[in-house]
Ligand binder design. Structure first.
Ligand code: AHG
Ligand code: MN
Ligand code: MN
Length: 340
């Protein structure tokens, strides 16, 4: 992973589009609009402690979780930044039950945008890193018509771009458009995202696992065995592993992407489908992890091959360094064989 100097996000995206002979530049514009929304959200996150933005709105989102004000701010900001660019035909957000149509005042375009406006929102008040996750598809409905639910419910494999922004000690935007994974750090003095890492490769094997261990009691026996295995000592396989879990998926994923690691949010006896959302969290992260040479599965099959049925469906996820993900799949499969 080479350190780069002075390449703006805008220029990098345009250079990337040149690799496609028929590219119209629309995707570049779309990503540029998204990065503008990210800058505004970043600013707001940074001053969250200073203004009356902290605390609950008192409302619940479609998942029955309490919505914080910054979630709503980020959700609205993304819609405001994206609805008039003429690149999108429809959007969907973790914070809204139905698909979001483009107002009739604006022309529709050929892309579809799904997003988690603010990920890790339980961490807002504690000044811990939070983020935005996005996923972009080409429409399958006819051009120049309103986008549809079918446009939103495409296989993860069909994503044309995906990314996340971490609002942390600095603001960093990571994206893939199918040619590797690239990271850009926001320079707050002149408001540009500058290339920090080009073509990030996640280590094939790691020494870090990330999971909410408080749910241990409810896990699959194979997963319990796997975690015990990681905690055992064996110098050859660099065990015991370190445990790192922040509770903001973007932040846990970003660290693991750079250092190597396995992130898990499994199904358990209380939540048959785990917690995380396929369309807003798991698909975009799986696309990025695979583009970086890692693996992302629901324990059995690739996340990107899961046929979505509903907008807000959840899926278990195991993703990160390839060898580690293969190992947890093996532990769970062995236990299933014993049971069968
Ligand atoms: P969100 O803030 O968008 O609802 O997502 C929170 C998610 C994810 O970021 C994190 O990995 C996970 O919830 C943490 O859940 P637990 O507190 O159950 O570990
Ligand atoms: Mn989230
Ligand atoms: Mn969220």
């Amino acid at each position: 992973m080479a350190k780069q100097k002075f390449m703006t996000l805008g220029r990098h995206i345009i250079e990337g589009e040149k690799l496609h002979p028929h590219a119209t530049g629309e995707l570049s514009h779309l990503l540029r609009d998204l990065s503008l929304a990210a800058k505004v959200i970043s600013l707001e996150v940074n001053k969250a402690g200073l203004v009356d933005l902290l605390g609950f709105t008192g409302d619940n989102n479609v998942h029955g979780e309490q919505v914080k004000k910054l979630d709503l701010f980020a959700h609205n900001m993304l819609i405001r930044a994206m609805d008039h660019g003429e690149h999108l035909c429809v959007m969907a957000s973790e914070e809204e039950e139905n698909i979001i149509h483009i107002s009739k005042k604006h022309k529709v375009g050929k892309y579809v945008l799904l997003f988690d406006p603010l990920d890790g929102s339980s961490n807002i008040d504690a000044n811990v890193s939070i983020g935005t996750i996005f996923s972009i598809y080409k429409r399958i409905s006819p051009d120049n018509t309103p986008g549809t639910m079918e446009d939103c419910l495409q296989l993860g494999l069909k994503q044309v771009a995906a990314g996340y922004v971490v609002y942390g000690s600095s603001t960093i935007l990571v994206y893939t458009a199918g040619h590797g994974v690239h990271a850009f750090t926001l320079d707050p003095s002149f408001g540009e995202f500058l290339l920090s890492y080009e073509d990030i490769q996640i280590p094939k094997k790691s020494k870090i696992y990330s999971i909410n261990e408080g749910n241990y009691l409810y896990w699959h026996k194979g997963l319990k065995n796997y975690i015990k295995y990681l905690q055992d000592e064996d110098k050859n396989t660099q065990r015991p592993y370190s445990s790192r879990y922040i509770g903001s998926m973007v932040a846990d994923i970003h660290r693991n992407l750079l250092y190597g690691g396995i992130f898990m949010y499994p199904a358990d006896s209380r939540n048959a489908h785990g917690k995380l959302r396929l369309m807003y969290e798991c698909n975009p992260i799986a696309y990025i992890i695979e583009q970086a040479g890692g693996r992302a599965s629901d324990g059995k099959k690739r996340i990107l091959e899961i046929q979505p049925e509903t907008l807000h469906q959840r899926t278990p996820i195991f993703c990160g360094s390839e060898e580690d993900v293969l190992m947890v799949e093996k532990f769970m499969a062995e236990e299933d064989k014993v049971k069968a």
